[in-house]
Design a binder for this molecule. Structure first.
Ligand SMILES: C[S@@+](CC[C@H](N)C(=O)[O-])C[C@H]1O[C@@H](n2cnc3c(N)ncnc32)[C@H](O)[C@@H]1O
Length: 227
C-alpha cells in the first residue's frame, strides 16, 4: 500500500503527455513500466485494448483495482521489460515518463528495446519518452512544483546531484509516523544516444515528436521506433 502512495505522489501528477498517447488509439497497446496506470487506464477508457507490464506487482494490483472502478479492462503482467516474452504482438508499445532513462545501463536499455521490438506487429511502433534536459525537467525554479502531498503523505526532492551520466535524486518521504529518505537514479540521455542503442536492438527511428515546454512542464521528446 505504501509504495502506491509514494508512486502516486511522485509520478501520478504528470499530464503533459496524455493527449499524445490518446492520439495513438484506439489500438492494441502495451505499456512498459505502467506503474499504477496513469496512462494505461486513460487509454483503456478511451477504447484501446491495453496490456500493462511492470516489475512491481503491488502497483499493478492497484491498476487492476482502479480499472474495475472505472469499468475499464487492462491486462496486467508482472514482468521485467528487459526479458519480456508475452508471445503476443501490439500495434503500439509505449514507454511513457522517461521509463527508458530508469534503465541506467546501456545493455539494459538495448535489451528492453529488443524485447519491445519482438512484441510489435508488422508496422508497429515502439514509443520511448525521453526527458532531454533532466536538470530543467526536475528543477527549473520557474516551474511550479507538482503535487507533493496527499493527506498526511508528503514527498519532496531534497537533493539532486549529477554523477557522470547519472542524476541521483534523494526524496524525503514523510507521513504521520515517520520520515525517511529514498533515492532514485535516472540517466542523462539524448535522442541521439537512444537512436544508436535502438539500432543495436534492430529498431530504426521513424518519428520524433516534441512535446513543447509549457507553463507547467518542460519539453519532452517521444521517439517512434520500428523494425
Ligand atoms: C516512473 S514510473 C512510470 C509509471 C507510468 N508509466 C507513468 O507514466 O505514470 C516507472 C515504472 O517502471 C517500473 N519499472 C522499472 N524498471 C522496470 C523494468 N525493468 N521492467 C518493468 N517495469 C519496470 C517501476 O516499477 C515503475 O512503476
Amino acid at each position: 500500500m505504501d509504495e502506491l502512495i509514494w508512486h502516486d505522489l511522485e509520478s501520478g501528477g504528470y499530464a503533459a503527455d496524455l493527449d499524445f498517447w490518446a492520439s495513438l488509439g484506439p489500438a492494441r497497446m502495451l505499456e512498459l513500466g505502467a506503474g499504477a496506470g496513469r496512462v494505461s487506464l486513460m487509454l483503456a477508457v478511451c477504447g484501446s485494448r491495453v496490456s500493462a507490464v511492470d516489475l512491481d506487482g503491488e502497483l499493478l494490483d492497484a491498476l487492476g483495482h482502479r480499472a474495475g472502478e472505472l469499468g475499464a479492462e487492462v491486462e496486467t503482467i508482472t514482468a521485467d521489460a528487459r526479458t519480456l516474452d508475452l508471445g503476443t504482438r501490439f500495434e503500439h508499445v509505449i514507454a511513457p515518463a522517461a521509463f527508458v532513462q530508469l534503465l541506467t545501463r546501456p545493455e539494459d536499455r538495448v535489451a528492453m528495446m529488443e524485447r519491445a521490438g519482438r512484441h510489435l506487429e508488422p508496422g508497429g511502433i515502439l514509443w520511448l519518452a525521453v526527458h532531454p534536459d533532466l536538470d530543467q525537467a526536475l528543477f527549473d525554479p520557474a516551474l511550479p512544483p507538482g503535487p507533493t502531498w496527499v493527506g498526511p503523505y508528503e514527498s519532496r526532492i531534497e537533493d539532486a546531484r549529477r554523477e557522470g551520466d547519472l542524476l541521483i535524486l534523494r526524496f524525503r518521504r514523510r507521513d504521520r509516523l515517520a520520515e525517511r529518505t529514498t533515492t532514485a537514479e535516472v540517466i542523462y540521455a539524448d535522442a541521439g544516444d537512444l537512436e544508436a542503442e535502438a539500432l543495436e536492438a534492430g529498431l530504426r527511428l521513424r518519428e520524433r515528436v516534441v512535446l513543447p515546454e509549457d507553463d507547467r512542464y518542460s519539453e519532452s521528446v517521444i521517439l517512434g521506433l520500428a523494425r
